[in-house]
Design a protein around this ligand. Structure first.
Ligand code: FAD
Length: 284
């Protein structure tokens, strides 16, 4: 189980991949996984599309990671669009595929979901999913956390209050939302410990390698862009190759600093890219 790896290693290295939008593209994800496997990560997490849209592909990819790549798979699962029957089915399939790790999430509301459907979901928050998965299935359960505060939270204090409840419900470890400014992570980490949250935390890092990526990433994560990174974006705006190089260098430096501070884990958002992930691992 993933929680045991954190007790055995000084730093846990993990990767995240996402399922394709349709079945025909799944082979390209398998081929990316064959490349990522060579990086020998401690685990690979597989995202779950908004509202369960990728449920089957999430399962297929998780099974590939676990059984073909022989790497611990961490399957993401979201409350949105989930009910008791779907949860039971998903968990039984995970077991059948020898997977025992789940990242329990609330999930974001899909664009086409009505207010009524969103507000009447059987499981409201990730903590409910955590406690059911722990009690009924005995899986190892991870959770998400937000160094720059979850966008719907009133403030950091209330975010930490509910995060603590999620830990008390049985969360074994945390993966952070991506961030570009390490000082945000360091100060968040101190607050976690001060709040009595002592589970291992992996820092989420995403290399920015193209100008088109920036807006989506910032819109989705709300991450603060430090001025040094902004300057790089401006300097290489018209040169995709140099832009990619600079983005990778920034991510490598960011990880070096995190490692220097003794972070318990690095979770790399790979965007299914083997070349950039390999370049980063090679330089650590
Ligand atoms: P929760 O922990 O439930 O928190 C959500 C909000 O509600 C927070 O503001 C929290 O403070 C508040 N809250 C919690 N409990 C209560 C309560 N009892 N009463 C009132 N307020 C409460 N999304 C996907 O759709 N698929 C994925 O695969 C996916 N993977 C992710 C992986 C990582 C590492 C991260 C950081 C995020 C991921 N997300 C994914 C996005 C995530 O689903 C969203 O950020 C979502 O809005 C919150 O999910 P959560 O599990 O953190 O929610």
């Amino acid at each position: 189980m993933i929680k045991d790896i954190y007790t055995q290693k000084r730093t846990v290295f993990s990767l995240e991949v996402f399922p394709p939008k349709n079945d025909t593209d799944i082979l390209s994800v398998y081929s990316a996984l064959d490349g990522l496997k060579a990086l020998n990560p401690d685990f690979i997490s597989i995202t779950y599309g908004a509202g369960g849209s990728t449920s089957k592909r999430t399962m297929d990819i998780a099974a590939y990671v676990q059984k073909q790549c022989h790497i611990n798979a961490l399957a993401h699962l979201t409350c949105v669009s989930l009910d008791e029957i779907l949860l039971g089915k998903f968990m039984e399939e995970l077991k059948a595929n020898q997977i025992t790790n789940v990242l329990a999430l609330r999930g974001d509301r899909p664009r086409d979901m009505t207010d009524g459907d969103f507000h009447s979901r059987p499981y409201k928050y990730a903590s409910e999913l955590v406690s059911i998965i722990r009690q009924n299935y005995g899986f190892c359960v991870g959770g998400a956390c937000y160094p720059e505060v979850h966008p719907e939270s009133r403030d950091q204090e209330s975010d930490l209050y509910f995060l603590k409840a999620k830990i008390e419900a049985g969360t074994d470890f945390l993966l952070t939302q991506l961030f570009f400014d390490n000082s945000k992570f360091f100060s968040f980490y101190e607050k976690l410990r001060h709040a009595g949250i002592s589970v291992p935390v992996s820092a989420g890092v995403m290399p920015i390698t193209s100008i088109n990526q920036i807006k989506t990433i910032v819109d989705l994560s709300g991450a603060y862009i430090p001025s040094r990174l902004k300057e790089l974006f401006e300097k290489y705006r018209n040169d995709p190759e140099d832009f990619k190089k600079a983005g990778l260098e920034y991510a490598i430096e960011q990880i070096h600093e995190l490692l220097h501070h003794g972070v318990q884990g690095i979770h790399l958002y790979t965007l299914n890219k083997v070349d950039t992930s390999t370049e980063i691992f090679k330089n650590l």
